[in-house]
Design a protein around this ligand. Structure first.
Ligand code: ATP
Ligand code: MG
Length: 252
């Protein structure tokens, strides 16, 4: 068993320049530093274009950057199954594969061949996202909300250390969004996993986050606070209004 470091994720002096040495050169992230505790649910708010997605992609290892990203104390510049990304787009599943095959594909790539194990893991994660019995469905037979549930199940099946979520509920209607927030909250409290979750929605950050960041231009962290409101959080919860106001004034 490997030694557990104090922080599951540590970002040190991370900078990202797109189109370096061209006239389009743009420094999107400037010297970002961040330490994330194990099992934290970190929500990131910030104006459009401030670099949230870029930061998440750097953590995932999809982008090159200056500085370091350490997972459990080890530099992780490349993608790996310790960090799994869930996107906003409903079309992140292979349309030609069933739910079951979508979930199992990355597991097989990881070298899991045992049919019973694959079936067991699929059953387990589908139950977690309340989609038991949907193994044989194709993505076109699912609603947007159900597709996002499958995307979450697929991530959970890999048992990652960190799940990275880029506005996964942004394209859902308000009712489905509320429902999925509740499901994700429950899952996050049951799983031994750290979540980094980007949203534009202050309510969503307060409902889900154990810690909330507000980013500004260049990925500068202008708010970094623990969310101490008693869960499950509703707009009637004590402290909700003040927190909402504080985050809102930091954002606008
Ligand atoms: N591949 C790329 N090449 C060049 N510039 C890019 C690239 N990806 C992102 N950018 C630029 O980086 C900046 C930050 O983009 P990013 O997508 O990280 O913002 P964001 O905070 O996620 O915004 P939003 O809230 O709208 O999703 C933008 O100015 C964008 O144009
Ligand atoms: Mg984005």
């Amino acid at each position: 068993m490997t030694k557990e470091e104090k922080y599951i994720l540590e970002i040190r002096n991370l900078s990202k320049i797109f189109d370096a040495d061209t006239e389009k050169e743009k420094e999107v992230l400037k010297n970002v530093n961040l330490k994330v505790d194990r099992n934290e649910f970190l929500c990131m708010l910030g104006p459009s274009g401030c670099g949230k997605t870029t930061l998440l992609r750097c953590i995932a290892g999809f982008e090159s950057y200056d500085g370091s990203v350490l997972v459990n104390g080890t530099e992780r510049p490349r993608p790996g199954t310790d960090r799994i990304m869930v996107f906003q787009d409903f079309n992140q599943l292979f349309p030609w594969k069933t739910v079951e095959k979508n979930i199992q594909y990355p597991l097989k790539l990881q070298g899991i061949r045992d049919k019973a194990e694959l079936k067991q893991r699929t059953r387990e994660v589908l139950s977690k996202v309340k989609l038991s019995g949907h193994e044989k469905y194709y993505p076109y037979q699912l609603s947007g909300g159900m597709k996002q549930r499958v995307a979450i199940a697929k991530a959970l099946a890999l048992r990652p250390e960190i799940i990275l979520m880029d506005e996964p509920f942004a394209a859902l209607d308000a009712m489905t969004r509320n429902e999925l927030q509740g499901e994700l909250l429950r899952i996050s409290m049951e799983e031994k996993c750290t979540f980094i979750f980007i949203t534009h929605n202050i309510q969503e950050a307060i409902v889900l986050g154990t810690r909330i960041l507000v980013l500004a231009e260049g990925g500068r962290i202008v708010v970094d606070e623990k969310n101490t409101i008693k869960r499950p959080v509703t707009p009637a919860s004590e402290g909700y209004g003040e927190t909402w106001e504080r985050l809102h004034s930091a954002l606008y």
